[in-house]
Write a protein that binds this ligand. Structure first.
Ligand SMILES: C[S@@+](CC[C@H](N)C(=O)[O-])C[C@H]1O[C@@H](n2cnc3c(N)ncnc32)[C@H](O)[C@@H]1O
Length: 278
């Protein structure tokens, strides 16, 4: 087995969020119109598209609608989350879609077999994002599009400010770095795509801004996630926080969510790149 084909466990990759219901429910709120806005104009009805690290598949289902005469495969390393994805696609009556478990580092597809390969919020979690993009490039047809998008956690900013937010942001970075991941992936995404062999890349940045009920849901979600999801388990296991600290951060998020006018913003960076012909 070559270095490029090492399995997930052999690489030691660990997904910071895990798949607690507080995480999956939050990810299941995502839609293609918002998360793949930069890619949708490039899609044609007959395309074959791969969504890598598809999670609960709500974006994937929207992408399948955009290529209604073609087909979509949603792939994720966690079989448990694919059950949500299949249920969602069925509930939306979208049939040109299949969900399979797999590993981005070793995709079980032939070279040059997809018109589009997409990944939202995956690369930031990997120990070797460039190797992952090389593998995504392998399965792209010449002329096909790579579309990848990642947040940049250092840009996250709440209003009103609260001290527990700073503790949360610091802890999130510490756990992610302990996993040899890159929580500020947005700012290095284009360089990863170039390092993987794409000659020209398009940057598509956007600012996510939430207020009202959307911001309250975000705050409530994080008040749960910091207690019960993968980041909580890992923060405790790595000795980066104790339970009292997690309770304090959770309480801060919960109070912020119920403040008079919560507002939250951060930067998302998308990169679009065509695989050169030949
Ligand atoms: C932050 S979630 C993003 C889910 C979805 N793309 C979205 O934006 O809602 C990252 C997903 O990548 C998956 N993942 C992590 N490492 C992976 C790997 N090596 N191969 C495939 N999927 C992986 C996780 O299981 C998780 O479901």
């Amino acid at each position: 087995m070559t270095e490029e084909r090492l399995s997930l466990e052999q690489r030691g990759d660990r997904y910071t969020h895990g798949h607690h219901q507080s995480v999956v429910q939050s990810h299941a709120r995502r839609r293609a119109e918002v998360e793949a806005w930069f890619l949708l104009p490039r899609l044609a009805p007959d395309m074959r598209l791969l969504d890598v690290g598809c999670g609960p598949g709500t974006i994937t289902t929207g992408l399948a609608r955009a290529v209604a005469g073609g087909s979509v495969i949603g792939l994720d390393a966690a079989e448990s989350v694919l059950e949500h994805a299949r249920e969602h696609a069925a509930s939306e009556d979208v049939g040109n879609i299949e969900f399979v478990s797999g590993d981005v580092y070793a995709l079980e597809f032939a070279d040059r077999s997809f018109d589009v390969v997409y990944a939202n919020q995956l690369l930031q979690h990997l120990t070797d994002p460039v190797a992952a993009i090389v593998e995504m490039r392998r399965v792209l047809k010449p002329g096909g599009w790579l579309g990848v998008r990642d947040a940049d956690y250092a840009t996250m900013s709440p209003h009103p400010k609260f001290a527990e937010f700073d503790d949360w942001n610091r802890l999130y970075h510490e756990v992610a770095y302990r996993n040899q991941a890159e929580p500020d992936a947005g700012r290095v995404l284009a360089s990863w795509v170039r390092a993987a062999g794409f000659e020209s890349v398009e940057l598509h940045p956007n600012v996510v801004a939430m207020e009202g009920e959307e911001a309250r849901i975000w705050g409530r979600t994080w008040s749960q996630r910091i207690l019960y999801s993968g980041i909580a388990d890992q923060a405790l296991e790595y000795g980066l926080a104790d339970e009292a600290a997690l309770e304090r951060i959770s309480g801060g998020w919960a109070r912020w969510a119920e403040s008079a006018e919560p507002f939250f913003m951060f930067t998302q960076i998308a990169v679009l790149a065509a695989k050169e012909a030949g």
